[in-house]
Design a protein around this ligand. Structure first.
Ligand code: ARG
Length: 607
């Protein structure tokens, strides 16, 4: 139940935040003025932080960076600025701790900040778009189902898209499906050999799982054939290349490239099974795409560009006719771009696809969400595009992320080594169901409502656990820990939100007004945090890091819980105090709900 107006607005309206002054920007402005007046210098960069808990104050000016320029002791500089600022009506007092100037603001400043943020229905909605950005994510191969690694990819790509939108950009969410190549032919060949006409319908299984099953069967047969060949005296390396089933798959790929009707139709059929399966998984995860590209349409792109680059002398040709980029001066090696027979490689088509995307969608930026095992690939891709003279090559980014592992012995998938995405989601929801049953808070809800809430909790746990970690870092995913109702977890954040909703229900679901009043420390801390939401979104967007948003929402719920535990909301001393605290609770719920929404996580009304 949203009583506030804020939570009902689309993500893009959050842009408003960036046009508004808030308590922090006011302090920044005042400090800049002060430095100018007292020392007669102009500063471009000035650092303001929320004051640390152990000191008195609301915001802190870090003075150290000024020392060199002003050639005075940090304490002296801080003291002078502090005294100057005391004349300003916004500032009530200050203290100096070494190179830190801690400033206290009048309570009204905080309240005013939040009131302007939350009372204006249009939120200063701006139609101006900063930048048009494509975010590529997911981009699976079609020979097997999605796994835990894809889940991290998908969550990162989807949430960074939301965050970039909230920061005022236009975003195109794109997926490029690798639907062609030897890996797909392997699944196809095994199905032809062992499938007996099985289909997803006949077996009642998801199509991607069926195709994955044959990818595994291919490998089993391949191993067996290699062992047989080795037993009959063939060298291992030779057997690797000569196993009949591999030759058959390679033959299939040739036929595919030649447009063989039977092979093309088998390929189309099995890929359609996979797509239906992927779509189900995406829907379950709550993500979507604006554009889906297929490698079968893009794999020939890039040849012209490479040809042009060779003519211009940016790329070079070897004696056998192959074309290369020489990146040794840049500290990398030589990179093959066209084989001697004129066929292209992975890099060639990424060159072509980048050029096509930027032109077709008129992009200012392009972000590739791809695991860190491809760091080198993207380094080379961006460099070669730059060498080829594309000025926008500087606007390409690789949102690189680390592996996700499960603790040993947990949930090995039917394919053996990786954790299947569908199985994991199901397991998470099953755990949520059990926990909810134990807590008994959903008693009296219909089965459908229960199922809905448990899904929000189970998937929220998974999503939050993965998104709270810096993308660069490796994750050990611990399902049990992720769904703990205490600690830095999705369910803890969701639980706080549900608790606020329960308070608001008890108060009768009205819109509450914050009366001008003296703030207690817990309220002040909460308000300072809430008013930095915009800054967090902007930082998350600039660093392509949803973890900043996730950890921010955790700080917000911690601050709310502290406030709630120490000051009564519904039994406040006066009606006006009660209304103000309810308004604060409402603001908190709005920020929490929106921050979760940016992460693709739901906020349940009750749990
Ligand atoms: N399909 C590839 C894989 O599964 C990832 C594609 C990444 N995107 C790109 N434009 N190269 O490894």
């Amino acid at each position: 139940m949203n009583i506030g107006t804020f939570a009902d607005l689309p993500i893009c309206t959050l842009i408003l935040y960036f046009c508004e002054m808030n308590s922090k920007s006011i302090v920044k402005e005042l400090c800049t003025q002060a430095v100018e007046s007292v020392f007669n210098i102009q500063l471009s960069q000035i650092e303001i932080q929320p004051t640390k808990d152990e000191f008195e104050g609301d915001y802190t000016l870090v003075v150290f960076p000024l020392v060199k320029e002003l050639k005075r002791k940090p304490e002296e500089i801080a003291e002078k600025i502090g005294n100057y600022l005391l004349d300003k009506e916004e500032i009530t007092k200050f203290n100096v701790v070494k190179g830190f100037l801690n400033l206290s603001l009048r309570d009204e400043i905080f309240v005013q900040t939040l009131k302007t943020h939350f009372s204006d229905k249009n939120y200063g909605f701006s139609t101006e778009k900063k930048s048009k950005i494509m975010v590529e994510y997911a981009s699976p191969n079609t020979n097997k189902p999605l796994h835990l690694g894809h889940i991290r990819n998908i969550l990162l790509g989807f949430s960074i898209s939301n965050i970039l939108k909230a920061a005022g950009n236009e975003v195109v969410m794109a997926q490029i499906v690798n639907d062609r190549g030897i890996h797909i032919c392997k699944s196809m060949r095994a199905w032809q050999k062992f499938g007996n006409g099985e289909t997803p319908e006949s077996l009642h299984v998801k199509g991607d799982h069926l195709v994955g099953k044959y990818y595994v069967l291919f490998d089993k047969e391949y191993q067996k054939q290699m062992a047989d060949l080795a037993a009959s005296g063939m060298e291992k390396d030779e057997a690797k290349k000569k196993a009949p089933i591999l030759l058959e798959a390679q033959e299939m790929l040739k036929k595919w490239e030649g447009g063989d009707e039977e092979i093309r139709s088998l390929w189309a059929k099995m890929n359609s099974w996979v797509y239906a399966g992927f779509d189900e998984t995406y829907e379950n995860l709550g993500v979507h795409f604006d554009v889906v590209q297929y490698e079968s349409n893009t794999y020939l792109l890039g040849k012209n560009i490479v040809e042009d680059g060779r003519k211009k002398g940016v790329l070079f040709q070897k004696e056998d006719g192959s074309v290369w980029a020489d990146l040794t001066e840049e500290g990398l090696d030589q990179k093959l771009l066209l084989r001697s027979d004129g066929t292209s490689v992975y890099m060639t088509q990424d060159l072509g696809t980048a050029v096509e995307r930027v032109q077709k969608y008129d992009l200012n930026e392009l972000i590739y969400t791809v695991g860190n095992e491809q760091d080198y690939h993207f380094q080379v891709l961006f460099l070669v595009l730059k060498k080829l003279g594309y000025a926008w090559a500087d606007k390409l980014h690789h949102l690189s992320y680390g592996m996700v592992d499960l603790p040993d012995g947990k949930m090995k998938s039917r394919e053996g080594t990786v954790v299947d995405a569908d199985d994991l989601m199901q397991e998470m929801v099953a755990t949520a169901i059990e926990i909810s049953k134990d807590l008994g808070k959903l008693d009296g809800y219909t089965d459908e409502e229960k199922a809905n809430i448990n899904k929000i909790i189970g998937l929220g746990a998974l999503k939050y656990y993965i998104l709270k970690v810096d993308p660069k870092k490796r994750i050990l995913f611990n399902p049990k820990e992720s769904i703990d109702f205490n600690g830095n977890t999705g369910p803890f954040v969701q639980y706080t939100y549900a608790r606020i909703q329960s308070i608001l229900r008890k108060a009768g679901n009205e819109i509450h007004q914050f009366e001008n009043k003296e703030l207690n420390p817990a309220e002040k801390k909460l308000i300072i945090l809430l008013s930095s939401f915009s800054e967090i979104i902007e930082k998350s967007a600039a660093t392509l890091n949803p973890a900043l948003t996730a950890n921010y929402v955790y700080d917000v719920v911690k601050a709310f819980n502290y406030f709630y535990q120490n000051y009564s909301i519904l039994n406040a001393d006066s009606e006006s105090e009660k209304q103000s605290r309810l308004a604060l609770a409402q603001w908190t719920a709005n920020v929490v709900e929106n921050a979760l929404k940016l992460l693709g996580i739901g906020a349940p009304e009750r749990m």
